[in-house]
Design a protein around this ligand. Structure first.
Ligand code: C5P
Length: 215
């Protein structure tokens, strides 16, 4: 059984997907972590983000894994835990170089599918119901107003990022929404077989309960 949850940043999909996976005893697959981890690798190696050939080669030599731990799922890049390092604004600002390239996406999607082999899973991202798992049994699309999404993201980032302002987060979110929905390669969009939820006025626990009923 595969359940997919797509939607923009701050729609609550990560929290909801993690909780659902836990409640159902399914594996949690954070597809954004794959884009984040490879972006971090390219930044660390110092590859020119516009050099697609080199990025492709680098991706061949890159291993990204999600491992379960007591505190939740951890992200490993070439065997090292990068769960926190992939969430910085610098990484977020560079992801579009990777996420906009079909050849890179193809390879990352393969790794995401491999992560769900032989198990039931809850996958979340931008294209999990449309591209990664088109035959998933249940497909959800979570959304919320941009200001509420920025508020959620801001509160999250406050804990880790010095000097961050709400205005910065709002601007970054709008830019990312625009890039994620307008790119040619697997844009964020809702398929006909998706169930839509607006989470603006709902707490994550409430969303989880509604989704569980649908499942
Ligand atoms: O979900 P998260 O905010 O971690 O995703 C970071 C970025 O990775 C997104 O803004 C998007 O550009 C890219 N992404 C994607 N396809 C996915 C998941 C994430 O293009 N399935």
């Amino acid at each position: 059984m595969i359940i997919t949850i797509d939607g923009p940043a701050g729609s609550g999909k990560s929290t909801v997907a993690q909780t659902l996976a836990k409640r159902l005893g399914y594996r949690y697959i954070d597809t954004g972590a794959f884009y984040r981890a490879f972006t971090l690798k390219a930044m660390r190696v110092g590859v020119n983000m516009k050099d697609e050939a080199l990025l492709k080669q680098l991706l061949q030599e890159t291993k990204i894994e999600l491992r379960n731990s007591e505190g939740g799922t951890r992200v490993f890049l070439d065997g090292k835990d990068v769960s926190e390092a992939i969430r910085t604004p610098e990484v977020t600002g560079n992801i579009h170089y990777i996420a906009s390239r079909p050849a890179l996406r193809e390879r990352l999607v393969e790794q995401q599918r491999m992560a769900s082999e032989g198990v039931s899973a809850v996958a979340e991202g931008r294209d999990t119901g449309t591209v990664v798992f088109p035959s998933a049994e249940r497909k959800f699309y979570l959304d919320a107003g941009v200001e509420e999404r920025a508020r959620r993201r801001y509160l999250e980032l406050l804990e880790t990022t010095k000097g961050i302002t709400y205005q910065d987060v709002l601007e970054e979110l709008k830019k990312r929404d625009e890039r994620d929905t307008s790119r040619e390669a697997s844009p964020l969009k809702m398929g006909d077989d998706f169930i839509y939820f607006d989470t603006t006025d709902l707490a994550p626990e409430e969303v989880v309960e509604v989704l569980l009923k649908k499942i």
